[in-house]
Design a protein around this ligand. Sequence first.
Ligand code: MN
Length: 739
Amino acid sequence: MLNNLYKKKLDDLLYHCRKNLPGGLTDEKLITKAFKFSYEAHKNVRRASGEPFISHPYEVAIILAQEIPLDAVSIAAALLHDVVEDTPFTLPDIRAEFGDEIAEIVDGVTKIEGMFENYEMKQVESYKKMLLSMTSDIRVILIKFADRLHNLRTLEFLSSEKQIRLAQETLEIYAPLAHRFGLSSVKTELEDMSFKYLNRTAYDDIAKKLQSKKREREKFIKKFIEPIKERLKDSGFKFEIYGRAKHLYSIYKKIVSRNKTFEELFDLFAIRIILDTQNKNDCFSVYGICSEIYIPVPERFKDYISLPKQNGYQSIHTTLISKEGKMFEVQIRTQEMNEIAEKGIAAHWKYKENNIVHDKKLEDWMKSIRESIENSSNDESSSQIMANFKLNLYQDEIYCFTPKGDLKILPSGATAIDFAFDIHTEIGMKCIGAKVNGKIVSLDTHLKSGDQIEILTSKNQTPKIDWEKFAVTHKAKSDIRKYFNTEKRNLIQKGKEIWERKAKKLKVKLSDEYLSKVVHKLKFKDTGNFFYLISQDESKVNAVIDFINDKSKLTTLDQKLNVPEETTGSDADNFDKFVDEARTSANGIFIGNGNAQNIKGIKYEYAKCCNPIPGDEVIGFISREKGIRIHRKTCKNILNLFMKEPEKIIQINWNEADSGEFTGGVKIIGEDRPGILNEITKTISKNFKTNIKSVDIKTKSSMFEGTLILSIQNLKQLNQIIDKITHQEGVFSATRFEV
Ligand code: MN
């Protein structure tokens, strides 16, 4: 439970929520529950600073409540944002405790966390887009801003290498995004903190100079604003006026971009006049009054009220010359405009005022917020408005990486074949498969943002006619099309029609996969080639038809291994006696060599469903008809039987010296090139004293999937064989075959 310190912290958080959340604090219970959950989950972990870990999610929630106040759901999600990443609790745990909405947000934050870690920062703009494309709820991004802000505030405790990486990433990605969302105070702080770690000398220099001139500056400001204050009061305006230094990073940028010294810059600070009014024309009146007192610099007048910035920012900017000839930048805006200037997108939860936005995508996005706010009744909570609003920027693109971390942008729905052609036409032409995040997949696999893709190629590969069906990008499609000139394509299509007609007439029904298997067995290159040859010579069809009609050839390995489930005895009386006997004689008795034999008069045999071999962990199942049947402990059948009839299970052990003639299978995935199977079988017979009992091969998208059934002495030997095959050129994976 919470000690007094944390009780107080929770109270503080609730206080800020009550004060700042647009709809007030509607769900105190939710925040309290999330706080306690996070406290418990992170209990045993400390941050690099030495503080308990909970201080981080807590501070993130506080930042959210103070600077980006939205709703109770986002505060709760902020408290929980590192639970999945850093504690034994999982996303389903969060879902069970807090429901889908919070779970989705936490999931989003977790995914972004460390998303960049493995990749080099090359195409910053694309990373920004990717960040948005992976986010369906805007609160994910807003929590991420708060998270990043707190991480930067506590950056001093990390290694300098990490400091620089995080600072750079922040300056290049998070700060500009915060700007785009209109969160100017968040953006300002992100920039200054990154600046501090990236160029400490310049940072300290500017900070020192600003500080040393502070009193002088304050004096000037006071003197400058005095007459304005008087006149505005006389004219009956309610307002606030103050001067504020610009942030360090923006001063630094001015020094660099204008090639000036600090001393030469005149616009180091701005005077801000914030009017308590609903009427934006008051801003222009106030501008009029100011320019009566001081001389304005005409070319520096900017009207962002009639023409707001992309992120919704509105204000009048002008530069006025004081009596002493000093220049002052003055910004005039209403309270509402100020709110939007500082809290950006977050401010929209408070205001219904329209904002004209010029970026097309941002405009659509603002429009959807506006609509959801306008369409909601007054008693609809802000979290519901939030839930209706999905961020759909850039959802039409996905962002994938090469193994080296190069970014490729593809249309959504793109497949591995598109990725291959995007790298290079030659890579596309020769590709036979892909590894997505380390897993082998076929070329028609759809890619997702964040996937890392390695394209597998073979010099013997040529484009396949069916690639066109799942290629999405223009480049892939046109490259493939170029390869198959129209005439050849038509011939293949013609051949296919001939095949389909004949097959229908003879009432032969074959799946595409099966046809390609048969075609392969008959030594055609592939189905495309088969169709092409039919178009040249119709009699080629007969080979396939004959093959299919010869049923004996169709007995595939799959059928052989598909053993029906165990049947159990029904003659209860005799059976009990039998089990007793089997138990007494089998207990502690080891299984000997070979296949079906007797253990002290009780028959036993090896289950065909899992083919145990010496070295496997095994278990026995007793039935009257078949005696003891020995299964691997991992066998699905035995698990079922174990649940249904636990009384018929007995423990079995191998004899230590056990080896003999057993059956083992190896599943191989590899490149489909001529001769590869031959090479594999050669390797096996050369290196191992074993018999290959059968071979079964399927081809799919230029890869083959094969199963070898071998005579095996024991588990050790099987593992050695698998190891050898794995290292064979053109083999992607070899694993034990499991039914
Ligand atoms: Mn965090």
